[in-house]
Design a protein around this ligand. Structure first.
Ligand SMILES: [Zn+2]
Length: 373
């Protein structure tokens, strides 16, 4: 057996590059360090003990065989947690933005080095505590209540996210992997009540991206001439779980996943973040969950966003356009987590709500607010 290496931290492991002496380690793991920067004003600098010209080291460790991936950043130990008690939730809801950092975004959030993207209802900031490099941003609604948003407000959240990815991509042409995620309220992983999403541009691919590519390639090999993304849509349409708006390049679909990753999963496909048909179907999916099924806490993520230099990236996308996934995170007032050993290590999930009840809620929403075509 080769001599052992005893590093004292993953940061030292990334710095040392000594793993080259062990074939087993190199076969299985990739350890990569990178830097992420933001501009911090003097008040924030004093409050969190962060340098004004802030540069943080982020290390990603990827198991290349299982695709499990973990991000480390020592600075995140300083991250504030505003949901300190269970009654904080009701306080935040009734305080209407008083003492909210994100309502005071101009002074209480950091800037990306390429500036902010701002529209009437949404604005970007740089994440103060990064877990992704080279770019990790926030996208904020300009209003406080995370569950009260119009189609216009959601559209602007997605528009400024799209512009942020383009700017980040131009600033970092060798980073090819954007990701959008939205954790709504503490049960879903949010640390602030105020409605906000996160945007990332990563130098390493996200596991979900790699898994989708591998699944698409394996499916095509098993069923020559067929495409996985089209067959998933066809399968859901066949059993009555899919709704569609628009045609050809502006086509957007919503389906209630028949094997949801978490309760009430809806998948929305479309051309791109800034496509109005996609935005209106995303709005329909979210409002169906919130207004018709009583969801108050959810995770949403969008895969397939293209950075400006994606043409030079050798890996082909697993599906055309973008794909949003949205799932409920259970009862906001429950002390029991909806995430246990089955999910963490079993890779499985318990379905509480029948997907046919979820698509019925989408039908109610689409009847009340027909989507843009
Ligand atoms: Zn706020």
């Amino acid at each position: 057996m080769a001599s052992s290496l005893a590093a004292s931290s993953v940061f030292e492991l990334a710095r040392s590059q000594q793993t080259g002496s062990c074939q087993a380690f190199d076969n299985i793991f990739r350890v990569q360090a990178g830097q992420a920067a933001c501009q911090v004003n003097s008040d924030l600098s004093k409050r969190f003990g962060l340098a004004e010209q802030n540069i943080q080291t982020v290390v990603s460790v990827t198991n290349k065989v299982s695709l499990q991936q973990t991000w480390f950043n020592a600075v995140r130990k300083n991250k504030p947690q505003t949901f300190k008690a269970m009654d904080q939730q009701s306080h935040d809801a009734t305080a209407a933005g008083k003492n909210c950092d994100f309502c005071a975004w101009e002074h209480s959030t950091a800037d990306d080095h390429f500036g902010r993207v701002e529209s009437q209802h949404a604005v970007t900031a740089s994440n103060l505590f990064k877990y992704c490099e080279p770019c990790h941003g926030l996208v904020l609604f300009k209003h406080h209540d995370p569950l009260a948003f119009s189609q216009q407000q959601l559209g602007e959240l997605l528009d400024v996210s799209d512009t942020w990815v383009q700017r980040a991509g131009h600033a970092h042409p060798h980073a090819h992997h954007p990701f959008f995620l939205w954790n709504c309220l503490h049960r879903a992983g949010a640390s602030q009540y105020h409605g906000h999403a996160q945007v990332m541009l990563s130098s390493v691919p996200f596991p979900a991206e790699l898994q989708a590519q591998q699944a698409a390639a394996a499916y095509q090999q098993a069923y020559p001439g067929r495409a996985l993304h089209e067959d998933i849509l066809t399968a859901h349409k066949h059993v009555g779980l899919l709704r569609q708006s628009g045609h050809d390049s502006s086509r957007s679909c919503i389906y209630a996943n028949v094997s949801p990753a978490k309760d009430m999963e809806l998948v929305v496909t479309g051309q791109k973040l800034a496509c109005k048909t996609f935005q209106s179907m995303m709005f329909a999916a979210l409002r169906a969950l919130i207004d018709h099924l009583g969801v108050a806490t959810f995770n949403a993520a969008i895969l397939g966003i293209r950075p400006p230099y994606s043409q030079s990236h050798p890996q082909s996308p697993p599906f055309p356009g973008v794909q949003a996934r949205i799932a409920s995170r259970g009862n906001l007032s429950s002390k029991a987590s909806d995430y246990g050993g089955l999910e963490v290590f079993g890779g499985a999930s318990i379905g509480h709500t029948d997907p046919f009840d979820v698509i019925a809620a989408v039908d109610q929403q689409l009847a009340a607010f027909p989507p843009n075509k």
